[in-house]
Design a protein around this ligand. Structure first.
Ligand code: PEP
Ligand code: MG
Length: 754
């Protein structure tokens, strides 16, 4: 059964468009279940009616014509109940509604299951039979499983149509929204440039050839290059391989012959398809045929054809990369954007980024924030291979991407872009003034950094210190652990650039979703696994080298602070302090005279909130990492777009936790800072200040906005607002109450809005 399921899903996945996908579904499900009828009805979100979209067994002429209101007939009944309906004799059911066009009066038994994707009923999958009988449990669960798997595939096919501006009924659709997670703040409108993953044939979309002769020439050159590679490889290996193994290269060369694969690709290019698309068509056709063969030897040939296809594709892509022209307003889109891809776009042309994989804490998101490029990460439902050349809107504040924007939406976002530009320009003059509330409370605003590029932007925006220097960033752009000397030089640059302002360096925080290519950590549950301080305490050699490098880098500057991530127990702090003191005495022994820097603990795990009173006694300051604290308190993966709606730093539980930490620090007379993204949200910053936070550390882009807002409000009003929202039990209510109050004070302009 599992194989049948898998085969059907694979086949549906490969379908060209939604109608083709639905046709495959009804054919294959009818075959697999041995029923007389299988049909799919989809719910049109605009009209709220179910439309018969595909059928095997009913009159095909009824497809597209038969429609039912969302609560009408048995189909509506299945959709409303959101569970299977299994009837021995459908006609006697009070909900039964007869459509002469379908000829369904002949079929007595009925099994319908809803097709649901992300809570949304998308349609109903139905099987019917003449004989009067109840479908058995096995059949019911097969159909339920099928429907659950197909929901995602149908949603994808629907999204692919929507990207081209077509609804599944062929009507024009606009403003289709794809959800991801915020990567870097800001909004942008521009033209998508898609970078396909290297040599992945499945990711190659159909695209009309702009110049057929040029595509033909490209293909021939690529073919020639692969032929040359094969010959070189074959002669290189001639002495090591047996003749029968070497014969494989002849097979490859034969396949590359004009009379074989080459000719087929050329024929498709001549019909107007670009070379990469034509290659994909031919290769997947051959691979499919080989895979179906009974003879194991011939089945194996599928792998050879795939390999050959990949090699040719790599050459075609390389040629494409060299010829790529970036539009004036480029939105770079890829499955996984890499820093190298970023580097290839001329800086003045890059206005936005969309990455299908990754999260707000991915390396590229950190880079994007440093560069001030609006970014959406984790747009998993975006059929990204199909958007090349299309106009997109990137909303980095909310983690949303829009395709086919209507005039109205475009106007709205152009207005936001303009407002943002004016706001930023207007706030430039704030650079020199301190952050003081109207009743004289001083609120230091610091920045989070990771790259050297952050330094200039931060100082430019009036940062008063660094509350979080993510040391893993320089580790991530290397291909091995940086040496003590290399680290020392990197840290020195940060410390010098900000001197005499304080720089808080966090010990290496890898694991979770922050990977080093040269130190892979493979775990089922990385956020609950070997992460942050847990890794570095297990590897004192890494911790000691890093701490020594920090200490030596601070020589003569004395503006270093050290901070420990992911602390969940007292003994971790004891062990870390022990190592820090050891590194310190080693540095002194080497004759480098530096003072012992202040050391702090990050509060990122619920356990640390409950032990904040004990922890604060052991160190000089506490710093709350609200990004992780929110994810661990709410048990919501901070990088998973599927649960992004549940991730809320203004959740009452998070606010209570912050208050608890603030009280612990106040009672101990030690400073508390917040260095998660929450500190850079102007509205949230008001609450954090009211709680008694001593330092807010944020990305440089948001700093002027936070400063502007805090300078317009009094600490007294902020405290009253905090008292008010602490009584609320719902994160959405907290947010709306907060925003409304600030808007009523005339302070709405810096709040993120749609
Ligand atoms: C945090 O968790 O809030 C934090 C600042 O650290 P990071 O985002 O690097 O995990
Ligand atoms: Mg963290």
């Amino acid at each position: 059964m599992l194989n049948t399921l898998r085969r059907i899903v694979q086949e549906v996945n490969a379908a060209r468009d939604l109608p083709a996908a639905l046709d495959i579904i009804v054919q294959r499900v009818r075959e697999a279940m041995g029923t007389e009828v299988c049909s799919v009805y989809l719910l049109d979100p605009d009209t709220s009616r179910y439309v018969l979209m595909a059928t095997e067994g009913l009159n095909k002429s009824a497809v597209g014509l038969v429609t039912l209101a969302s609560n009408e007939g048995l189909i509506g009944y299945v959709g409303t109940r959101e569970e299977p309906v299994n009837l021995e004799d459908a006609a006697v059911h009070p909900k039964f509604r007869y459509f002469a066009e379908t000829g369904e009066e002949r079929f007595a038994s009925f099994l319908g299951v809803p097709i649901i994707h992300h809570r949304r009923v998308m349609g109903v999958l139905v099987v019917q039979q003449k004989a009067r009988r109840q479908f058995d449990e096995g059949e019911e669960s097969f159909l339920v499983t099928m429907s659950a798997q197909l929901a995602g595939v149908i949603a994808h096919a629907e999204a692919t149509g929507a990207i081209r501006g077509l609804g599944w009924g062929g009507e024009v659709v606009q403003d289709t929204r794809f959800d991801g997670v915020p990567g870097a703040p800001g909004v942008a409108i521009g033209q998508a440039v898609v970078i396909l993953p290297p040599a992945d044939l499945n990711a190659v979309p159909d695209k009309p050839a702009v110049d057929i002769d040029a595509e033909l020439a490209l293909f021939r050159t690529a073919l020639e290059s692969v032929r040359r590679d094969m010959q070189t490889l074959s002669s290189k290996l001639a002495s090591q391989l047996r003749p029968e193994e070497l014969a494989l290269f002849d097979v490859y060369l034969m396949m590359l012959d004009d009379a074989a694969l080459g000719n087929e690709v050329v024929a498709i290019i001549r019909t107007g398809q670009w070379a990469q698309g034509a290659l994909r068509e031919v290769i997947s056709d051959h691979v499919g045929r080989f895979e179906l063969m009974d003879d194991p030897y011939l089945r194996e040939r599928a792998t050879d054809v795939k390999d050959l296809g990949r090699r040719i594709l790599a050459y075609l892509q390389e040629a494409g990369r060299q010829d790529r022209v970036y539009p004036e307003q480029t939105i770079l889109v890829s499955e996984e954007i890499t820093p190298v891809m970023l580097g290839e776009v001329p800086k003045e042309k890059l206005v936005g980024l969309v990455s299908v994989l990754g999260s707000g804490s991915s390396h590229v998101a950190i880079l994007a924030r440093a560069m001030g490029v609006p970014t959406v990460m984790g747009a998993v439902d975006l059929p990204y291979t199909r958007v090349d050349g299309l106009e997109l809107i990137v909303d980095g504040n909310h983690g949303e991407v829009y395709s086919n924007p209507s005039q109205e939406l475009r106007r709205h976002y152009l207005e936001l872009v303009r407002e943002e530009r004016e706001l930023v320009q207007g706030l430039e003059k704030l650079r020199e003034v301190p952050c003081i509330t109207t009743d004289g409370h001083r609120m230091p605003l610091w920045v989070n950094t990771g790259l050297l590029a952050d330094v200039a932007r931060s100082l430019d925006r009036g940062a008063e210190g660094v509350g979080l220097y993510r040391t893993e960033v320089p580790f991530m752009i290397q291909d091995r652990f940086p040496s003590e000397k290399e680290q020392q030089a990197t840290y020195r640059e940060q410390l010098e650039a900000f001197h005499p302002l304080p720089v808080t360096m966090r010990s290496l925080d890898i694991g979770g979703d922050k990977a080093l290519t040269y130190f892979p950590i493979k775990e089922d549950n990385p956020f609950l696994g070997w992460r942050g301080i847990r890794v570095t305490l297990d590897h004192p050699e890494i911790f000691l080298v890093q701490t020594r490098a920090m200490l030596k880098a601070s020589h003569g500057l004395n503006n270093l602070r050290i901070m420990l991530p992911m602390i969940s127990s007292i003994f971790e702090v004891e062990d870390a302090l022990h190592l820090i003191h050891r590194a310190y005495s080693e540095v002194l022994d080497e004759g480098v005279d530096v003072p012992m820097p202040p050391v702090g603990v990050m509060i990122e795990v619920p356990a640390a909130v409950y032990q904040a009173r004990e922890l604060v006694q052991m160190v000089d300051f506490l710093s709350v990492g609200t990004n992780d604290l929110t994810q661990y308190l709410l048990a919501v993966d901070r990088n998973n777009p599927r649960v992004a709606d549940l991730y809320h730093s203004l959740h009452p539980a998070v606010l209570q936790a912050l208050v608890k930490v603030a009280h612990a620090c106040r009672d101990a007379g030690k400073p508390m800072s917040v260095c998660g993204e929450m500190a850079g949200d102007p509205a949230a910053a008001v609450l954090l200040m009211a709680m008694g936070c001593d330092v807010l550390s944020m990305n440089a882009t948001n700093l002027p906005k936070v400063k502007w807002l805090l300078r317009q409000i009094s600490l007294e009003d902020a405290k009253a607002l905090l008292d008010e929202v602490l009584l609320l039990d719902n994160p959405h209510l907290v947010q709306s109450t907060l925003h409304l109050a600030l808007k009523n004070m005339g302070l709405g302009k810096v709040l993120s809005q749609r």
